[in-house]
Write a protein that binds this ligand. Sequence first.
Ligand SMILES: Nc1nc2c(ncn2[C@@H]2O[C@H](COP(=O)(O)OP(=O)(O)OP(=O)(O)O)[C@@H](O)[C@H]2O)c(=O)[nH]1
Length: 474
Amino acid sequence: MTTPSRRPADPVQEWAAILEATPPDVRQRVAELVQRHRAALAEAFYAEMLAHPQAHVFLDAQVVHQRLHASMQRWLGELFAPRQHDELAAIVAHQRHVGEVHARIQLPMHLVARGARFLKGRLLTTLLQEGADAKQAERALLYIGDLLDLALELMAESYVRDTQREARSEEAFRLHALTQNLQVERERQRFLLANWGQEVLFALHRGGEPLVLPTLRGSEFGLWFMHKGSNVFEGAPEVDLVLRGMERVDGTLLPQLAASTAGDPAHHQALLLQLQSELDNLQYLVQMLFERHVELESGRDALTRLLNRRFLAPILAREIHLAQQRRIPFALLMLDIDHFKQVNDRHGHDAGDVVLQQTAALLLNHVRSSDFVFRFGGEEFLVVLVDVPPAQAAAQADKLRRRIAAHRFDLPNGVTLQLTASIGVAAWNGHPDYQYLIQQADAALYAAKRGGRDRVCVADDGPVAQAAAPTIGA
Ligand SMILES: Nc1nc2c(ncn2[C@@H]2O[C@H](COP(=O)(O)OP(=O)(O)OP(=O)(O)O)[C@@H](O)[C@H]2O)c(=O)[nH]1
């Protein structure tokens, strides 16, 4: 490789080092070559990818033709175009963004690596065909290899980070479905924790040689916390505190207690009090965890009880998977209450909250139980209509709009209000990235607002190539 052996850690510096290590005429030649052949390279790249049985699942010939082809050409052009140092940070950020897109569409990383390998080979062949001498071809190949490898490294970095995050969300979703009622779970775990405390006391009382005390980690509570609780509440500061508390109890306190039974009774008593205090502390932490996270972490919005954004990614990824595999269409509706700010301003924040709650109830009552209703944020709602053809999605959106317009919102101050909502509709159109579909629905909502509100607009499924993130192999 042309990069120095002691590589700087900053990818911008690494990018710059690759450029500096390559003679300008070689860079220029590669830039021109890529510019001239990028359409053919993209063509060959996707022909190769579509022939691959695994890639086939992620790529649809029509989507490739309509969108990805242009994205790939742009990406290639940008990668090898002559660059100033101050442009490199943006290029690095862009490669990371591509990795995030790959993670969202769950494109396996080995396919991306395969795509890059294919491109390297193609570029070398083209270079030789164009009459580059062996020495020049060697320099150019090193340069191409280094840049593609670095781009791939950056993509892989964000891919892994995002995939892990999504996997955690999916797992939490699964646990959510498993545990269902966190209130009940909370009582159960508090009971199990207290129960373990009793078991320790019984074991101390029973005695025995050697004295074996049940560990907290091996208790039913401990097992639940390690395998489920810490996952469900991931990110909360209490999780670490509980884990450290468990370690203290099992690692230090229990052995001290076991050793103290035959020793100084006052010392033994002090250790028992310490155990009680650790237990109280753990009970408190568990209570806090459930209280603080019962709403958010269970995936429900506290005010409306609708789904919050937490499960948006796994739910949309699953719908896209179903649409790709079984051709089951779905659509997104982005709904926003019109002039909602005025409700807050004229009738108070509590009245605004009530309007949001009543809107949520209206939506839930007028979609099928298989559809998903999210509070997307503020006064914006996102509805996922499953198994629905595009025309029906727009009709369904209009039905919801009419329901809201006909509703009388009863406010806490006794006032009855009539309100309207605007809705943007985006039917799934083959794009593997759900963020793209959300953007489409959002743009349609914006059009509905601009068009005068109290209306439904359907996303204009025009050329997506400009909007979509350039992806390699996706
Ligand atoms: N009561 C209440 N208000 C909220 C909540 N979340 C966001 N808001 C308010 O929602 C309002 C949104 O106002 P804007 O984005 O200006 O939109 P709008 O007044 O609905 O106007 P258009 O969308 O353009 O029709 C802001 O005043 C927010 O403070 C909430 O949970 N409760």
